[in-house]
Design a protein around this ligand. Structure first.
Ligand code: AMP
Length: 189
């Protein structure tokens, strides 16, 4: 199963991905987590991308595509993959199709967490106060939301046309969102 969890930053993708990992043994591939790990361990990649993440910009397609390719190889034979925060651009989506087709698989399901932008801003302000993630500060978050609307949202009609898009109300309580994702996975399985 190759599942893309889709939605703007702070829509709850990470929370749902972690539940799927715990309940189904899927492997979560979060490019945001991989980049933050690289920054924390001060690798060369980490040094290159640090300011981009802090400013709310997007890292180059080539960098994140390479990270995903490495992880697909490293986790060969996994029960399923959850793509969290990837793809974020049309070229990334095309590259993902190629990476999966080279492995004899494809994107099975795209679950879009549909959220209200105003409510998201409130959610992130709270997360900023609790966790202090630099890129959650209101000014940077609005840049991230702008990037999502400009570069990532165009993937919605593309996946819809392919018949892969399932929409779930991301504003619902966590358990209700999970049930919506389970229902989408049942349709595909
Ligand atoms: P996230 O945790 O998914 O919100 O990602 C945090 C940050 O990492 C983003 O604001 C981007 O700077 C960078 N990032 C994560 N995934 C990608 C991606 N697929 N393409 C480009 N940049 C990314």
């Amino acid at each position: 199963m190759n599942l893309i969890l889709f939605g703007p930053p702070a829509a709850g993708k990470g929370t749902q991905a972690k539940k799927l990992v715990a309940e189904r043994g899927f492997v979560q591939l979060s490019t945001g987590d991989m980049l933050r790990e690289a920054i924390a361990s001060e690798t060369e990649l980490g040094r290159r991308v640090k300011s981009i993440l802090e400013e709310g910009g997007l890292v180059s397609d080539a960098v994140v595509i390479a990270l995903i390719g490495e992880q697909l190889t490293a986790n060969k034979g996994a029960a399923g993959f959850i793509f969290d925060g990837f793809p974020r651009t049309v070229p990334q989506a095309e590259a993902l199709d190629e990476l999966l087709s080279a492995r004899g698989t494809e994107v099975d399901c795209v679950v879009r967490l549909v959220v209200d932008e105003e409510a998201l801003i409130e959610r992130v302000t709270k997360r900023y106060e609790e966790q202090g993630r630099k890129d959650d500060n209101p000014a940077t978050f609005s840049i991230r939301l702008g990037k999502y609307n400009q570069d990532t949202a165009p993937l919605i009609p593309i996946y819809a046309e392919k018949g892969k898009l399932h929409e779930v109300d991301g504003m619902a309580p966590i358990e209700v969102v999970s049930a919506g994702i389970d229902a989408a996975l049942k349709v595909v399985a």
